[in-house]
Design a binder for this molecule. Sequence first.
Ligand code: ADP
Ligand code: MG
Length: 250
Amino acid sequence: MRVIGIISGKGGVGKTTTSVNLGGALNYFGEDVTVVDANFTAPDISVLLGFPKLGLNLKSVLSGKCGVNDALYAHSSGTKLLPTSLSLAELNIDGSNLSNVVRRLDSEIVLVDSCAGFEKDFFHVLNAVDEVLIVCNSDLLSATNALKAVNLAKQYGKKVLGLVLNRYDGTGMSAKAIENLIGVNVIGLVPEDQYIKKALDEKDMVVYLEPEADASIAFKKLAADLIGRDYKIPEVKNSRLGDFLRFIGL
Ligand code: ADP
Ligand code: MG
């Protein structure tokens, strides 16, 4: 089992978008994958995928109300989800048992979506995972906060898989400048893509709803690289994707 944390320093950079779509992309390649929403204060996955009124969920598992398999949901693609309820009543749930809960899942790959900032829930995620992907955007604030996340992950002895540079539109810091600042390679470059908003409006994953969208192709490329599979990127459709292809040397 591979347990991968999707973390960042700054909020709003695309952790949840990455968790859900990378999960969908891994599922596309036939992996048994579960996406866990470990953002206890602002859980977004159930809202993003259109089932906000949850019954049993990760909070129920953590509080001992049910087993982990009772709280699993499935997206139409087959991607498994362990969501967290928005319920204010359970706001103070103790996430310190997250590591044990996650190990009880029987997926080959578990992606753990994290909160923003370096609060206690962030450290519960670091404790629960073996590897991390760091999500950041092309601006100095998100990059410097990503550096803090990388340093903390290393302190916790976690393998840093690399950076996912999200919402890339050719402006701001270059991927090279970000790599130099953080000292970690960019292994995924996801363009700014209007289809992400469309998928959000339709409460679905972009990789499932719009499989040919630039962002979907980028998530599939990242998924393929993570599991050592070949993925032939379809014909270049526009310049942003062209930059992306040049960046990854294709
Ligand atoms: P986080 O989980 O890090 O707080 P989200 O995944 O919720 O970030 O993303 C924040 C906002 O940015 C959301 O509205 C999301 O739809 C949007 N977004 C994320 N990635 C992209 C992208 N590649 N292109 C366009 N919009 C994006
Ligand atoms: Mg989020």
